[in-house]
Design a protein around this ligand. Sequence first.
Ligand code: ATP
Length: 377
Amino acid sequence: MTQIETQGTQQMTDSQAPAVEVRNLAKHYGDFVALQNVNVSIGAGEYFVLLGPSGGGKTTLLRTIGGFQKPTHGEVLLHGRSVGHLPPDKRPTSMVFQAYALFPHMSVEQNVGYGLKVAGLPRAQVAEKVAAALEQVGLTPFAARRPHELSGGQQQRVQLARAIVLDRDILLLDEPLAALDAQLRKDMCLELKHLQEKVGITFIHVTHNQEEAMTVADRIALIANGELVEFGRARDIYRAPEKTFTASFVGENNVLKGRVAEAAGSEIIVDVAGSRLQVDKRGLAVSDGQEVTLSIRSECVALDRVNGAETPADGFSITGAYDESVYLGLTTSHLVHLPDGTEMVSREIADSDERLPEAGSRVRLSWKPSDIRLHVE
Ligand code: ATP
């Protein structure tokens, strides 16, 4: 099996159009809805990540863009041109799959040049393109080696070279780093990002790993249960998630359920587990008595360690019972539960001398007014 699906002619037209446009896309497998109502536009030269939990529909979307499967409804446009009728090898895309099954009996150079050779390119041209691709992924000194003489990361780079040598302008990467160990994965993430900047083509990268997504992405789309939940720049998705799902999937957020006590004005009051919290309405429509969700990132929550000497409630803090602290090296996570049983986490830079509260004692968790976020769905 070849890893890279070589994909054909580049007869794409509109240079002003987005590289990829997905309109009202749905994919059903019998009764099962794998994707529904997906709309997304990806700019030329953008590093775009499809992030989400397993089974959410990321690979289905990627494969539909690549032409490996047909949508049930909707359409895919590449550079402004509808490609529903085009098979994978006639689209301006190349695909990098999860596992790297390289041809074991061929050298790195031969593996990379295979697609071009099959396409009938003259030998000299193949050699020239292969040399350029190997240079781009930093594998020039390894050109004569066989795959078994390479590390996992190097094999992965051969795979990338096999894809970029084809000169397609949209690279589809399906969990490209999944087979690598954690450290290599981190290193390769940066390499991928730099490679994309160097070659300047559009990368669409599927992963369920948020750190990987944040490292490489210009923009991230979050996909779950077959729907595109939210998309935006990595820092916006992280710092200002619109949807509760985004808050619970990206970063370590405390998600609190509450009921609106006072909906008037730009700041509203929400009752959460016996405390009255104040939160910016952000122009969202809410009414008294409505159930809403609030989120606060764990690193924005401070733990008041002074037992018994609580500061007065100010709308930006909540009381609970201290459970325990988990030392994580750089940071320590303090676990607290609220009177309604909700678990909260305060993550602080680890301090080896810190005095921790007694288990079960009352503590106060507090945050800056701008760090709490309202979600209405
Ligand atoms: P993962 O991260 O685990 O790869 P994913 O987000 O890429 O997950 P998909 O592979 O797109 O998810 O699958 C979405 C859903 O569609 C899953 O529930 C999967 O079981 C289902 N599915 C995928 N392919 C088929 C198929 N050929 N027939 C039936 N169901 C399928």
